[in-house]
Design a protein around this ligand. Sequence first.
Ligand code: N7H
Length: 551
Amino acid sequence: MRRVGLSAKKLARRAADLPLSVQSGVLAPDAPIEPVLDIHDIQGNGLGGFNKDHQRFLFLRILSREGARTWLRRIVPHVSTLAEVVAFNRLFRSMRVRAGADPVGLSATWINVAFSARGIAALVSPEKAQQLNDPSFQSGLFAVSAELGDPPDRSAWKFGGSEETDAHIILMLASDDPARLSKLSSNLETDIRSATDTQGNPALQKIWSQTAETLPGELRGHEHFGFKDGISQPAPRGRVSSDALDYLTPRWLASSDPGVLAFAAPGRPLIWPGQFVIGWQRQSLDDRVAPGTVDTDEPAWARNGSYVVFRRLRQRVKEFHSFLNETAAMLAQKTGFERMTAAKLGALLVGRWASGAPVMRVPDQDNPALGEDTFANNNFVYASDTPHVELSPPFEHDGDAFPMAKADFDGLRCPLAAHIRKINPRDQDTDQRSPLDTLAKLIMRRGIPYGSITDSDRGLCFVSYQSSIVSQFEFLSKTWANDEDRPRPAAGPDLIIGQRADNGRSRVAMFRSEKGSVPVKALRDFVVPTGGGYFFAPGIGVLHDWAARTT
Ligand code: N7H
């Protein structure tokens, strides 16, 4: 049984009194009216989050349009909605808060489905696929992979390295119970193998299946390099019923806190749902709180759908740790970096210690209690001192007593090239117009590790949801992670995920201290793409429509 963090236990006293449908604190005066989302039409993983320890991804090609439609008719009734995922997650959270541990025996198994551009063309029509507006979705991941800095040789990719191996369909399966997941997966695979059209021709071909599991024991919630993951996520705005307080993302700030209209929890910005799901108000580039416009570039049928990026990223764990050991020893010889250790170097490259504690708050050593405290571990900004956040009175929390983050404009505490700072510079000025633009770049991450700690092929199934692949996922990868001078000049690339197509060249990040700067060189990439694809997860009504088509 997994014990939950201290702060959550303190919340238990009052949170258990709240009805399940309304768990969202108080309605702040001047709060904007947020839309009631189509929770029965939107698929569950993007906005809701499966958050399951056991997942499996099946990648399929369509061989027969008619046969694939017949197969889809069998699948659609099992596709999990946002309504179901939110209801389950609320129940799970409520029981967990009350008992102070993960509820035993409460289990769900989910299915979501998405299609590549070629998949929609094969299933429905090329015209339908072309109506979607994202140019990179249209090209396919394999066609833009070089622009992402991936090594040009994709012959070892498990799937998706070329047009011939582009997965038309991704099925995402997730469960609390590994036995149920196995059973579901094997039933689906049998069904896929036997699916035919009326002429008896095979309908589908499985090209790859990927099992993905949360790491065991102490590493639960951590990725293969050893760092806690999944801490920082945008908080999608929107309600799940007409009740004024029935927010998709619970609100924890006191109405007297200056951030109450902009944050769901300390450090967790509220983002209008159109950034993740098409057909809803987007984030405004001029106003942190008021809604932006609804995107008119996408066809009406795309409403409630999201673009899904899947990257199978192998992690070179041994090489990463050797690099940390060798480079930390080298840095310890340099003025200003005398106390460098491998653990500290790793923390500086990520922006968080292994426990998840942010370097901005504890620059000298890890602090597992901070890493675990969900009201504190994301509460930091870079360009100015981070203020204390006041939480809503019904939720008893003693306040955040961890050291607060001090302004670190030049990256003396947390390098400008740290992974989480490159990819989400928060309040820091960037090459874009203002930090408001950064909010419009955020993605919902739904990744999970694959491979066990003894496997040489292990890494991350990176999964992200967004309403534009080009201006969200690709922007973050190309324009910020891979670039030496953006979002801030002379920072260096992100040494964790940054990719360089010219593979022979080393990647160099600048580390700064009060006493001077040193270049930190990584000779090889630590993350290697080994498969992937760009997909579109339509609303469930559209799935029914596609499955029922006869022309
Ligand atoms: Fe990253 N890592 O172990 O170093 N990531 N990531 N990521 N990542 C994050 O804050 C990691 C990848 C983002 O809001 C943490 O939740 C690894 C890609 C974003 O402050 C850790 C891989 C992209 C955030 C890692 C990988 C991103 C984030 C800290 C590949 C997008 C939130 C935990 C194998 C293009 C930043 C946390 C924020 C956090 C790691 C890939 C994006 C530990 C190993 C490809 C937006």
